[in-house]
Design a binder for this molecule. Structure first.
Ligand code: SF4
Length: 361
């Protein structure tokens, strides 16, 4: 298949592995930030292909996984209000909050509908004028423009029963937070492909400049990832950390200006609560004042119970790259994709789900 097969060519993969082996003279730790990359690495056995000097760690780039229990509790509490329809992407349904999940709330009678785009949610608002339709807005810079577009459209059409529970997060600030935490010494970051298609590469420039850590934006095919690793090892071995793109067919340095403009129109930067890390200043998005009518947290009063974390679940540490799913005592014993204890086992981009699906050493 055009644009797929050439990025899965075994002979080229072997050449890249040999190049990495040749270049790599010392142990390095690279973090693949994005959950999509974790899945691609596990699915294609890339960790096993790499020389022992190259260690790959999973990062916090799974939007469902990093959503804090307190925020999932808010979505569930909103679903229990009268005359409310919750609209959400499917992978949020099974994510456990402190006491329940959206799936359980739906089984108890809440009107919760899975949508495939924010436009679907808007359409449900138009078709149900007597109800309040709330979209659970999770995601990174990839999803944010579509949420922005829905809010701008709702305003232009004067749709008054559409709301967003705005839990959107930004990637560069959490990278900075991880580097500042210093729990793990990183030598390089495989930067997210889809997020970078929106934001470009300029927002990563502080990473080599202030932390001496290289960044390479990667696509999602095996050759994309191997090329990114080779470029990072080259940067490390030559002591020249910089921001590079190994995914030129998807990412431009300036990003997607139209999408950025739309985000800027609807949102302003705010603090956000990240699972396993806590509140990181300026790492999320909230609706600007002129759009706050659409903000579900402002429109509805919620009575929330005390936030509780799942006992024994180490998703937080996995998202910080400090532990792997294999370190969790519940992995494959108590926690399964059908009965997840934590979000990293729910999302298709979660590290635990990827380790479960594709095996792990
Ligand atoms: Fe949490 Fe389950 Fe992953 Fe353990 S295996 S960290 S319980 S999601």
């Amino acid at each position: 298949m055009k644009f797929i097969d050439e990025y899965r060519d075994p002979a080229l993969a072997e050449k890249l592995v040999k190049r990495i082996e040749r270049l790599s003279t010392r142990h390095v730790r690279l973090m693949e930030f994005c959950g999509g990359h974790t899945v691609a690495i596990m699915r294609n056995g890339i960790r096993q292909l790499l020389p022992p000097t190259v260690e790959m760690l999973s990062g916090p780039g799974c939007p469902v996984c990093v959503t804090a229990n307190s925020d999932i509790d808010k979505a569930i509490a909103l679903s229990r209000l009268p005359d409310v329809i919750i609209t959400t992407f499917g992978d949020m349904m099974k994510v456990p909050g402190s006491y329940s999940s959206l799936q359980k709330a739906r089984a108890e009678g809440a009107d919760i509908r899975i949508v495939y785009s924010t436009q679907d949610a808007l359409q449900i608002s138009r078709e149900n004028p007597g109800k309040s339709v709330i979209f659970v807005g999770i995601g990174f810079e990839t999803t944010s423009p579509t949420v922005a577009a829905s809010v701008l459209q709702a305003k232009s059409e004067n749709i008054r029963n559409f709301y967003v529970l705005c839990l959107l997060k930004l990637c560069p600030p959490v990278m900075k937070a991880l580097l500042n935490l210093g729990e793990i010494k990183l030598d390089g970051i495989v930067c997210p492909g889809h997020v970078s298609a929106v934001i470009g590469t300029h927002p990563y420039q502080f990473i080599p400049r202030d932390y001496g850590v290289g960044c390479v934006v990667s696509g999602f095919e095996p050759l994309d990832i191997l090329l990114s690793v080779a470029m990072l090892v080259e940067q490390i071995e030559s002591s020249k950390p910089q921001v590079e793109i190994a995914y030129r067919r998807g990412v431009k340095p300036e990003g997607n200006l139209k999408a950025l403009e739309m985000m800027d129109k609807a949102f302003e930067v705010a603090g956000a609560d990240w699972r396993g890390i806590g509140i990181i200043p300026a790492s999320g998005l909230k609706l600007r004042k002129e759009y706050e009518h659409f903000d579900a947290e402002k429109a509805f009063t919620l009575k929330l119970e005390r936030v509780k974390e799942a006992k024994g679940c180490i998703c937080g540490a996995i998202l910080r790259g400090v532990k792997t799913p294999m370190d969790c005592k519940l992995f494959r014993k108590v926690c399964f994709p059908e009965h997840p204890v934590g979000p990293c086992m729910v999302s298709s981009e979660g590290a635990c789900a990827a380790y479960y699906a594709y095996g792990a050493d």
